[in-house]
Design a binder for this molecule. Structure first.
Ligand SMILES: C[S@@+](CC[C@H](N)C(=O)[O-])C[C@H]1O[C@@H](n2cnc3c(N)ncnc32)[C@H](O)[C@@H]1O
Length: 247
């Protein structure tokens, strides 16, 4: 899918077709050609965004791949000046909030900021709400739960809201990795995790090159454990699997 750079592998095509069939039916259209025309004529891009939502996989959870947060914590402690992290492809925000809790703990009152971006407006809305079902919070260390999360009561029972002091330092906005927005500034660390598995090698290279200008000198790029950049000549030095540094 050109807009997102997603390549549909054979085993994902069945899933995609069934989601698309439901959508075509829900719109009262006859077939895919009608749907194609419908998207083509959609001046507000509403249906294009809907299609992105149908195609993307948004699975995520708090403190996913915990070693990355250990690394972040040590790096932040040894940093000077405002520490900035970008959760690129942040899905519904669990990654960005995990980063925020780690930085708040490591830096206390020191200056830090987190930016979360994604191509799906639906998940970005969830991320901004910072409001999660209790079943989703397993990975959050108990000290962080106490310090950075509010447990819902009455009508909100069974849910959790991320504390205002973190919400003030984290912002979410739309950005496509293939054409990142220009106003993000530069970062000490970019999390680019569990999204490149959907890209072919050319797209991966393009995405990584797109992101390089947003990394401070000596800044770090973190990928998911199933993603490797070793076969790409992208100007980053691998320190260990999933951890790369701009030199
Ligand atoms: C599986 S989630 C990963 C979430 C999180 N990074 C993690 O590791 O838990 C992948 C996310 O990438 C987003 N995505 C896919 N293609 C994208 C693109 N071209 N630009 C920005 N985000 C994209 C999807 O919308 C989805 O929310």
């Amino acid at each position: 899918m050109e807009l997102a750079g997603i390549v549909l592998s054979d085993n994902k095509q069945g899933l995609f077709v069934s989601r698309l069939e439901n959508r075509v039916r829900a719109l009262g259209l006859q077939n895919y050609s009608d749907y194609y025309r419908y998207i083509h004529d959609d001046v507000n891009n509403y249906e294009r965004h809907h299609l992105v939502d149908l195609l993307t996989t948004n699975e995520t959870f708090f403190f996913r791949e915990a070693a990355h947060f250990e690394f972040l914590r040590e790096l932040a402690k040894s940093s000077a000046g405002a520490f900035r992290v970008w959760s690129a492809a942040c899905s519904s925000g669990e990654e960005a909030w995990s980063v925020a809790m780690t930085l708040a703990d490591a830096l206390r009152t020191g200056p830090w900021e987190v930016v979360g971006t994604d191509i799906s407006r639906r998940v970005l809305a969830k991320a901004r709400n910072a409001h999660y079902a209790m079943e989703r919070i397993d990975g959050i260390p108990s000290a962080f739960l106490k310090r950075y999360c509010l447990r819902g009561i009455d009508r909100e029972a069974g849910t959790l809201l991320v504390h205002k002091m973190l919400r003030e330092r984290v912002r979410f906005c739309y950005s496509n990795l293939l054409q990142p927005r220009q106003d993000l500034g530069t970062f000490d660390v970019i999390f680019l995790r569990n999204v490149m598995i959907y890209f072919d090698n050319d797209t991966k290279l393009k995405v990584v090159r797109n992101l390089l200008p947003y990394l401070k000198n000596d800044g770090f790029l973190v990928t998911g454990h199933a993603e490797s950049l070793t076969s790409l000549n992208c100007g980053l030095k691998m320190l260990r699997p999933t951890l790369y540094q701009r030199r």
